[in-house]
Design a protein around this ligand. Structure first.
Ligand code: ATP
Length: 340
């Protein structure tokens, strides 16, 4: 942590120390990127009354040191399968996965890797402090005063007051925050997070996004999965969309934003309904219009006695993203409704 924070515009895509090598997918990549995946396939074998399942169908991807990559996809798309292969707990059926140039089957590849699964299961008789301390020792992280280091991270995640209380009785969000603190405390050069915000309340989500943004600003590589684009769009340098085991597209937030249609929704409170507006909740109204008419809409809302609450693009980023890579109508988007 620490160090000067860079904005996503300052940061080169693909992370720092980029060279002009090209992968088979045509991306500029480093010699030893944080993650390198080549034509990865995974088929779960058939089981009793269950046919074989092709969960990954030839995924190729390179993520540079210092890059933040969001892996987005609906339920069952293959996100967790790919993450399990990356952390070495699942063997691919075919293809190759490397961390910092080493095959994931090599234990040394995982040195400096911080990982948080979707539903972390932590030993309930341990305290958050003990969990973090174990992580430091396992990773051989050199931090000076271990207790102070661990407590600083626990405080960062709002767990300072319960640092020495057994995890028994912790809420799902507190477990998630303990697991995230554990992953960050080991000073990882690569963080892999499966649905890092699941189980967190809105305040917890914002805190975690801020902490991840800081980690990313200090140059760490981050690979996270999510089915909610909205929460994590701020921190990713690139997003990959996976659907039915195939990586359909990779885009930057800037490219996604450029795909917006130029139509906006203005939400206002009170006053009268203006032409084209509709009441979405008691006393809350929305009107949609073209960006060229934004000023006009504001004037009409003001004249009707309304108070502006929000201006947002007419389509959610998730809808734009999905439309970009698919001819499916927006309504058929398989993503979580949370993002709307
Ligand atoms: N152990 C398993 N045996 C058989 N099929 C599996 C197994 N694990 C996952 N699958 C199947 O593989 C596909 C991909 O699952 P995966 O868990 O990777 O998706 P996901 O994108 O992480 O989904 P979610 O967002 O719901 O966690 C799904 O169809 C799932 O049912």
């Amino acid at each position: 942590m620490g160090g000067r924070k860079r904005s996503s515009r300052e940061r080169p895509q693909g992370g720092r120390q980029q060279r002009n090598d090209r992968s088979r997918t045509g991306e500029r990549v480093e010699m030893n990127p944080a993650i390198h995946i080549e034509n990865l396939r995974k088929t779960y074998p058939a089981a009793w009354r269950k046919p074989a399942k092709e969960a990954l169908r030839g995924v190729s991807l390179a993520i540079g040191e210092g890059e933040t990559f969001g892996f987005i996809g609906p339920n069952g798309a293959g996100k967790s399968t790919l993450i399990k292969i990356l952390i070495g707990t699942l063997r691919p059926t075919a293809g190759e996965a490397r961390l910092f140039g080493r095959p994931v089957s090599d234990a040394a590849a995982r040195r400096g890797l911080g990982f948080v699964p979707e539903n972390p299961s932590l030993q309930e008789f341990l305290t958050p402090y003990e969990i973090l301390l174990m992580g430091l020792r396992l990773h051989g992280a050199k931090v000076g005063d271990e207790r102070r280091h661990c407590l600083a991270w626990l405080e960062r995640f709002g767990l300072g007051a319960v640092a020495d209380s057994p995890l028994r009785g912790f809420s799902k969000g507190m477990m998630q925050r303990t697991a995230l603190a554990h992953a960050l405390a080991v000073k990882p050069r690569l963080l892999i997070l499966d649905e890092p915000l699941s189980g967190l309340d809105p305040v917890g989500r914002k805190d975690v996004v801020d902490i991840l943004d800081e980690y990313r600003g200090a140059g760490g590589a981050l690979f996270f999965s999510s089915h909610v684009l909205h929460d994590v769009e701020r921190i990713a340098d690139r997003f990959g969309l996976i659907h039915q085991g195939e990586l359909l597209t990779i885009r930057s937030p800037q490219e996604i934003a450029a795909d917006q249609t130029g139509r906006y929704v203005l939400r206002y409170r009170g006053g009268a309904l203006i032409e084209g507006s509709r009441e979405v909740r008691a006393d809350i109204r929305e009107v949609e219009g073209d960006s060229s008419d934004l000023a006009g809409m504001l004037v009409r809302i003001h004249a009707a006695g309304g108070i502006l609450q929000e201006v947002k693009p007419a389509m959610s980023l998730e809808t734009v993203f999905f439309r970009t890579i698919s001819s499916a109508p927006a309504d058929a988007s398989p993503f979580a409704r949370e993002d709307r």
